[in-house]
Design a protein around this ligand. Structure first.
Ligand SMILES: C[S@@+](CC[C@H](N)C(=O)[O-])C[C@H]1O[C@@H](n2cnc3c(N)ncnc32)[C@H](O)[C@@H]1O
Length: 303
């Protein structure tokens, strides 16, 4: 007999328009906790022709992986432990959840920025991905408000040898009043982290209204501040690792309504993941897609 669903689970399924078998398999994925999937992001310490010392999936030939960022490998064997190799300890690659790589796919539509800001950067996964795409960028700032997490971010970028990267610790409102402008801002926002459940990580209250609404409010604040630093023509990439619409499509709809000069950008590579829960281009990943625990992303451009 299947387990009874909580109010939060039922509310989420209804919100995501999941019914019958698709609702049952979504909830089973959350309960199984088995949807964690690792990816390797090569650092500048790995040569251009570097190959990981264990078998990896041949993603190049497979159109299902067309969205995968450059210099990212997916270990082939489920039991393979990429963190146990010297190459990892030497910073040749960084380990990241595969869904985080997926969330960065819209960057394929963004030309090399001269100035970029990763506003919520620790522990540094998206910073590594940004650096992989835009090594030629003039200025790349990785910002993290929490001191302890900023320390981890610093260690990671040092280990992986990211040159010319500035690590800062300003709050979004301090950035807003700094007068600095960036062509690309990444806001991988703090969120209720519902996808942690699908990775087998306990996250009490993440389906509850107070956690979700509190995060949505904070996300809007972070994004409004980020917009003050966005240069005309610049891009803002928003991402979360949670499923609820309040923290995803509704946050984007709020910004688009308040700022008519913003436009959500169509990402051709992510067309199979296009959200049907809003009228503008935004993308969501669920465990059923097979690329990790899931997430959300939406790329905005300032006209
Ligand atoms: C989802 S994590 C970022 C993960 C990171 N981008 C990566 O790929 O490794 C969100 C980050 O936002 C930071 N954060 C929390 N509250 C914040 C706030 N009010 N403003 C800005 N950042 C905040 C957290 O400390 C956390 O490091």
């Amino acid at each position: 007999m299947s387990e009874p669903c909580s109010k939060g689970e039922l509310r989420l399924c209804r919100q995501l328009a999941l019914e019958g078998d698709s609702a049952a398999s979504f909830l089973a994925a959350l309960k199984s906790g088995k949807h964690s999937r690792s990816a390797l992001v090569l650092s500048p310490r790995a040569a251009a022709d570097y190959q990981p010392p264990f078998p990896c999936i041949n993603t190049e030939a497979d159109p299902n992986w067309a969205w995968l960022p450059p210099r990212v490998f997916i270990p082939e064997i489920a039991g393979c432990k990429p963190a146990s190799y010297d190459d990892y300890r030497e910073g040749k690659y960084y380990l990241l959840d595969l869904s985080s790589c997926w969330e960065s796919a819209p960057l394929s539509c963004v030309p090399t920025p001269s100035r970029s800001l990763d506003l919520c950067a620790a522990p540094g996964g998206k910073t590594m991905l940004m650096h992989g795409r835009y090594a030629a960028s003039e200025k790349h700032v990785a910002n993290e408000v929490h001191a302890a997490r900023r320390g981890i971010l610093r260690q990671n970028v040092e280990l992986c040898g990211l040159p010319r990267l500035e690590v800062t610790g300003l709050r979004p409102d301090q950035w807003a009043s700094s007068g600095e402008l960036f062509d690309l801002i990444l806001a991988d926002a703090p969120c209720s982290g519902q996808s942690l459940l699908a990775k087998g990580i306990k996250n009490t209250g993440c389906l509850g209204a107070s956690m979700v609404n509190g995060n949505a409010k904070r996300q809007k604040g972070i994004l409004l501040a980020a917009l003050s630093c966005l240069a005309p023509g610049g891009h803002l990439l928003y991402s979360t690792c949670t499923y609820t619409t309040e923290e995803n499509e509704k946050v984007m709809a709020y910004l688009l309504k308040r700022h008519p000069h913003l436009q959500a950008v169509e990402i051709e590579l992510l067309e199979p993941f296009r959200s049907t829960l809003c009228s503008f281009p935004a993308y969501r990943l669920l465990p059923a897609h097979g690329f990790g625990a899931g997430g959300f992303c939406c790329l905005l451009q300032r006209n």
